[in-house]
Design a protein around this ligand. Sequence first.
Ligand SMILES: Cc1cc2nc3c(=O)[nH]c(=O)nc-3n(C[C@H](O)[C@H](O)[C@H](O)COP(=O)(O)OP(=O)(O)OC[C@H]3O[C@@H](n4cnc5c(N)ncnc54)[C@H](O)[C@@H]3O)c2cc1C
Ligand SMILES: NC(=O)c1ccc[n+]([C@@H]2O[C@H](COP(=O)([O-])OP(=O)(O)OC[C@H]3O[C@@H](n4cnc5c(N)ncnc54)[C@H](O)[C@@H]3O)[C@@H](O)[C@H]2O)c1
Length: 457
Amino acid sequence: MSESEPPMPDPEKFDAIVVGGGSGGLAFAKRAGALGARVLLIERAELGGTCVNRGCVPKKLMWELGRHRRQAVEMEAAGLAPAPQLDYPAFTARRAARIDGIRQSYDAALSDAGVTLLRATARIDAPGEVQADGRRFATDRLVIATGARPTLPPLPGAEHASVSDDVFAWEALPRRIVIVGGGYIGCEFAAILAALGSEVTLVTDEDRLLVGFDEDAAQIAAQNLETAGVSVRLGAPLERISRAVDGGLRVSLDSGLVEEAERVLLAVGRTPNIDDLGALSESLEVADSGALAVSDRLETSVAGVYALGDAADRIPLTPVATRDGTALADTLFGEGGDFADLGLVATTAFVYPPVAQVGRTEAAAREAGTEVEAISDTARDLSSGVLTPEGRDGTQFYKLVRETASGRLIGAALMAYGAEDMIATTGMALASAPDRACVARPTGVHPTFGEELVGPG
Ligand SMILES: Cc1cc2nc3c(=O)[nH]c(=O)nc-3n(C[C@H](O)[C@H](O)[C@H](O)COP(=O)(O)OP(=O)(O)OC[C@H]3O[C@@H](n4cnc5c(N)ncnc54)[C@H](O)[C@@H]3O)c2cc1C
Ligand SMILES: NC(=O)c1ccc[n+]([C@@H]2O[C@H](COP(=O)([O-])OP(=O)(O)OC[C@H]3O[C@@H](n4cnc5c(N)ncnc54)[C@H](O)[C@@H]3O)[C@@H](O)[C@H]2O)c1
C-alpha cells in the first residue's frame, strides 16, 4: 500500500452472510433474521432467483395457459364454442405483474426480518471474508446459495440455441421448435409449447424420457406427448446446430437426420454456480453431481462455510432449498431444524397430465437389491372423454411400490390432473411407513382418479 492510500476500513461483521437471494437463500435469511441474527444477504440480480423469475413460477403459469388452451380445443371439437385466440403478449404482461408482486413481497419479508440486503455480486476469497460492491464483510457463518444455470454443452453451433432462461423472455412463441433434452425442462416445455400451438420435436440421447421417474409412468408420458402432436426422438444424440440460409436453424443428429426449426431449446441439465465465487471455490470439495459436497447439516468441506439449494449436492428442487434454508437457520440460531429428508421429496413433471412421485421407484429399489412388488394400473380421464371420444387429455396412471419382506409401501407414482397436489398427502402416508391395509381399507370418491388407488384391489 502506498503512503497516500487511506487504510482499508475493517470489514463489517455479520452473524451470517448468505450469497444468493433465490429459494434457499431467502428462506435462510428470513428465518435467521426472525431469530434475531444479524444477517447480510447479497444478491446480484432479482430477488426470488430461478424459481420465481426463470423457473417454477413462470413455467407453472405457462402450464396453466397451455391447459386452458387444450381444454378450449377440446370444447370446440365437442361443438361447445370456437377456441379462443391466444394473445401471448397479454399473457406475458400478466405473468410479469404476478412475478413482480412476488419479488416485492420478498423485499418486504426481508425488511420485516431485519435482514440487510445488498444488490451486488459477491466474491469470496477466504472462508468468512466476502467482498461486494467495493466493500468488505466478515462472518463466522457463510452460506452459499448461489443456485445453478443452464448447462451449455460443447456442441458446434450451441450459441444459436436458446436455454430455459430465454423462453421466459420470448415475445412470441415459435411456430416450430426442436427441444434437446428429455428431462424435466425438455418434457415440460415440449408439452406446454405444443399445447400453445407450436410444432415440437423433442430429442434426447437417452432411450427414455424423464430419467429418475418411474419407467412406466415415463413411457405413458411419452405417449401422451405424442398424442398431443410432439415428435419424440429417443436415443438421438446431437451432432451440431447451424444457421440455415433462410435464417432458421438446422439440428443435425448423429443418425444423419436433420431437423429444421425456428428455435432450438437446449435443456440438457444445469451447472451449479460455484465456479465463479472467488478463490474459496478452489478449496471447496465438489461432489460427482458437480455441486458442493455437504454433510447432512449442510456443512461444506471448509469450516464455517455452508451450502444449500442447487449449489449443494442435494436434490435441485425448490422445496428442498427452502426446507434446508429454514432448517440451517434454525440449527445455527435456534433450537435445531428439520433438514429435507431426501427419501421423501415429492416431485412433479408438469406435462399433461402431470407425473408426480414420492419415495423410491420400483427400478431404484430393485437396483439397490430390495425385493419389491408394484401395484399399478392405468385409467382413462373421464372428464376429457366426455368432450371428445379420444380424450385428448391422455392416459392416467398410478403405481404403488411395496417392499416384499415388510409389506410396507415405499414409493408412489401418480399421473393425473391433481396428482401434483395429491402427491403431498401420499408423501405424508409414506412417512408413516404404511402397510397394504392403508391402501386396502379406505374407500375413494366416485367418479375420480383417486378411487382407483384405494381399496382391496
Ligand atoms: C425452467 C425451470 C423450471 C423449474 N421448475 C421447478 C418446479 O416446478 N418445481 C421445483 O421444485 N423446482 C423447479 N425448478 C428448480 C428450482 O427453480 C431450483 O431448484 C431452485 O430455484 C433453487 O433455488 P436456489 O436458491 O438454490 O437457487 P436460485 O433460485 O437459482 O438462486 C440463486 C441466486 O443466487 C444469485 N447469485 C449467484 N451467484 C451470485 C454471486 N456471486 N453474488 C450474488 N448473487 C449470486 C443468483 O442471481 C440467484 O438469484 C425449475 C428450474 C427451472 C430452470
Ligand atoms: N417440475 C420440476 O420440479 C422441475 C422443472 C424443471 C427443472 N427442474 C430441476 O432442474 C433440473 C435440470 O433440468 P433439466 O431438464 O435441464 O435436466 P435433466 O437432468 O432433468 O435432463 C437433462 C436431459 O438432457 C439429456 N441430454 C443431455 N445431454 C444431451 C445431448 N447432448 N443431446 C441430447 N440429450 C441430452 C439427458 O439425457 C436428459 O434427458 C432438474 O434436475 C430438476 O431438478 C425441476
